[in-house]
Design a binder for this molecule. Structure first.
Ligand SMILES: [Zn+2]
Length: 121
């Protein structure tokens, strides 16, 4: 592991509130994106829960999304995160009443994680 990698991990974990009971949500205490997800600067702005998934569970396939099982966007507990497709991601949001059904594209973009939006540009 290179020195730069270690530094970013230290920065990352400093922003994470890991509770006494590890199975509870690990809340991100740093900056948030406009969509309410934790934001972490790692060469570019990444979602903290996405980075947590990569750190603990491994690389995310390009067309997959990191979904929260706990519905807490600030949560970075890898045990609360799972991979899902874009469709599942959208379904989750509808089920939980987070989507703007019938809203404008501008609003819809708001709920898509930053890096996904950029990847699709
Ligand atoms: Zn959680």
């Amino acid at each position: 592991m290179g020195i730069h990698k270690k530094f970013y991990l230290i920065r990352f974990f400093q922003k994470l509130a890991i509770p006494f009971y590890e199975q509870e949500c690990w809340e991100w205490t740093g900056a948030l994106n406009s969509d309410g997800y934790g934001a972490f600067w790692h060469g570019r702005n990444v979602n903290s829960h996405v980075l947590a998934y990569e750190i603990f569970k491994g690389t995310i396939p390009r067309d997959m999304h990191v979904l929260h099982g706990c519905d807490n966007r600030r949560c970075c507990n890898p045990e609360h995160l799972r991979l899902g497709t874009h469709a599942e991601n959208m379904k989750d949001k509808v089920v939980r009443g987070r989507s703007w059904r019938g809203g404008s594209i501008r609003k819809a973009q708001h709920i898509i994680p930053v890096e996904v939006t950029r990847a699709n540009l």
